[in-house]
Design a protein around this ligand. Structure first.
Ligand code: TXA
Ligand code: MG
Length: 350
């Protein structure tokens, strides 16, 4: 089966197209669709077999739960035991948007969707196509990022086709996504709301809205003994084919170090990739240099991250070196993804 790719205009929802896509989901099929964060691989969240199909299509371990996407607030209450007041406040402020919240689930949600857990992750995406599709499908769409397990998340329909084109029914092509990295995940099954995955909505933004919020210890620890609570965060992820190393330190030292590392790779007859920014792009005279965006607008770095990682796969490089991006607002989210892509290989220069 080869997925049909249907061009859609997110600013003008075509209800015939949406009904068709919704019908595929209702019948137990899989439809990839754009959201404001990354493309999702949708299936009916209340149908165990659809969720199993998602795991198979992605090659994903079945203990790694899926996020249930809803389009209307009233659809939250039937699938979760209880919604704390603070979660209501976050929903009022950030939904629809790049925020996922975890609650204790009700029997309506099959264990196949939650990877065997008693809790369920829920998100209301801020994208007209996603919202229309969810409504057309009956209200509940399970959707992990639409990449093969372990690969960088897809920010275009072409990325989805590359990874999953043979395994799914339909891809809705709404062009490149806006944010480019996945939603912030907040766990409400703990006493204190806890961030399990950093994203566009930062810890400070959450704290400003509801007071105390903590980061999952497994995210902060660099040793592998403290496990992250979100099962998906423990897997190697987003990895390009060539080994990626992050070079960290004062800017001048980083540039010198990357140049000398690049020189070594080229000296041994291989191609080398360098991830720079608009500000430093011209300081790398050798290798295949890509600018990921500008430090002046950190959103650009998040937006291009996965695309750049995927581009290097086409270029047959033997190694990739990247600057670090500890930017003020999204730095935590960006570095979380980059560190996973690098398998935590960091070279610190002083
Ligand atoms: O932005 C996003 O969230 C995208 C778009 C498509 O909405 N979706 C996404 O889904 O990133 P996925 O499956 O690639 O990542 C979901 C993450 C995984 O790390 C998973 O382990 C975690 O959420 N997760 C889901 N349900 C959970 C639960 N009940 N408890 C703990 N972690 C959970
Ligand atoms: Mg994913």
């Amino acid at each position: 089966m080869k997925a049909e790719i249907l061009k859609i205009n997110p600013d003008h929802i075509d209800s015939e197209q949406m009904n068709r896509a919704g019908e595929i989901l209702k019948q137990g099929g899989l439809v990839a669709f754009p959201t404001e964060t990354v493309y999702g691989l949708g299936g009916n969240a209340l149908d165990a077999q659809s969720s199993e199909k998602i795991y198979r299509a992605k090659g994903r371990p079945s203990d790694n739960p899926l996020i249930v996407h809803i389009a209307d607030m009233e659809h939250l209450f039937p699938i979760v035991e209880q919604v704390p007041q603070k979660a209501v406040r976050l929903a009022e402020k950030f939904w629809p948007g790049p925020l996922t919240m975890i609650f204790k689930k009700t029997d309506m949600v099959p264990f196949e969707t939650t990877g065997g857990l008693e809790s369920v992750a829920v998100r209301m995406p801020d994208h007209p196509t996603a919202l229309a599709l969810i409504r057309a499908a009956g209200g509940y769409v399970a959707a992990p990022s639409a990449n093969r397990s372990g690969r960088p998340s897809p920010t275009t329909a072409e990325h989805v086709a590359e990874d999953l084109g043979e395994n799914i029914d339909l891809i809705l092509d709404g062009g490149m996504v806006g944010i480019g990295i996945e939603s912030t995940i907040v766990d409400f099954t703990e006493q204190i709301p806890t961030v399990l995955r950093p994203g566009y909505i930062s810890l400070e933004m959450l704290q400003e809205c509801i007071g105390e919020v903590k980061m999952d210890k497994g995210l902060l620890a660099s040793d592998s003994k403290v496990r992250p609570k979100a099962p998906g965060m423990k897997y190697r992820h987003y990895a390009p084919k060539a080994p990626l190393s992050i070079v960290e330190g004062p800017e001048e030292c980083v540039i010198d170090k990357i140049n000398s590392l690049a020189c070594e790779v080229i000296g041994s007859g291989d191609r080398v990739g360098i991830i720079a920014t608009d500000e430093t792009f011209e300081r790398y005279p050798q290798g295949i240099v890509k600018s990921i965006g500008t430090r002046g607008e950190e959103e650009t770095i998040a937006h291009n991250l996965y695309e750049v990682l995927r581009e290097f796969d086409q270029l047959d490089v033997a190694a990739i070196y990247s600057e670090a991006f500890h930017t003020p607002k999204m730095g935590q989210a960006i570095m979380n993804r980059l560190l996973k892509a690098a398998g935590h290989t960091v070279i610190t220069v002083l």
